[in-house]
Design a protein around this ligand. Structure first.
Ligand code: ATP
Ligand code: MG
Length: 180
């Protein structure tokens, strides 16, 4: 499984629709300060279901929507789509390719789609359990995160090992069953 492409539109500094194509290897993103490099990482975090505005370096969730520039009006929505190659079926679905889309409007309305079909955030989370991708995953190592892991509580470190060992989905199912 690998990241094939990322499509952003109206997300942070990306007013126009842009498609980033990645290959099964290392990609570096370079550019001057303030040109939007970190916004690319934020887009990946956001489409995977990030719910914290702070994690996305904003004050409110609506801050991800393009807020306009001197010569361009603000936009009414932000949309990000991530496409993963799934030919090795590491994601528990039959598709060779999986596209997850997230959209949010200024009105506060939002939606998630998996391969074009509307779904819940829960479905997106479940798709990525135990893959290292997703909100609790370790595929996105943010600034300060290494420090947090090293100085964190044993229980917090344990969560990372659970994810790597592939037992998160069983723990979640057990917790849900116990609630019922
Ligand atoms: P550095 O090299 O300093 O880390 P960077 O390339 O990582 O810079 P980013 O932090 O990704 O830069 O981008 C910051 C730019 O994104 C700023 O110019 C900021 O105005 C712009 N930006 C952030 N949110 C929005 C938004 N909602 N609408 C329009 N522009 C935005
Ligand atoms: Mg940056």
């Amino acid at each position: 499984m690998y990241l094939k492409s990322l499509e952003v539109q109206g997300f942070k500094s990306f007013a126009n629709k842009i498609v980033f194509k990645f290959h099964n290897g290392i990609t570096g993103i370079v550019g001057p300060n303030g040109s939007g490099k970190s916004n690319v990482g934020d887009a990946v975090r956001w489409v995977l279901g990030e719910q914290s505005a702070k994690q996305l370096r904003g004050a409110s969730m609506q801050d991800v929507i393009f807020s306009g520039t001197e010569n361009r009006k603000p936009l009414g929505f932000a949309s990000v789509a991530i496409t993963l190659d799934n030919s090795d079926h590491q994601l528990p679905v039959e598709y060779q390719e999986v596209t997850v889309t997230r959209r949010v409007y200024r009105s506060g309305e939002s939606e998630y789609l998996i391969n074009g079909a509307a779904c819940r955030l829960k479905d997106v989370n479940e798709l990525f359990y135990d893959t290292g991708i997703g909100k609790e995953g370790y595929s996105i190592i943010g600034q300060g995160q290494i420090e947090k892991i090293l100085s964190g509580k044993p229980e917090e470190r344990r969560e990372l090992f659970d994810e790597a060992a592939g037992i998160v989905k069983f723990k979640r199912r057990k917790a849900t069953a116990q609630k019922k």
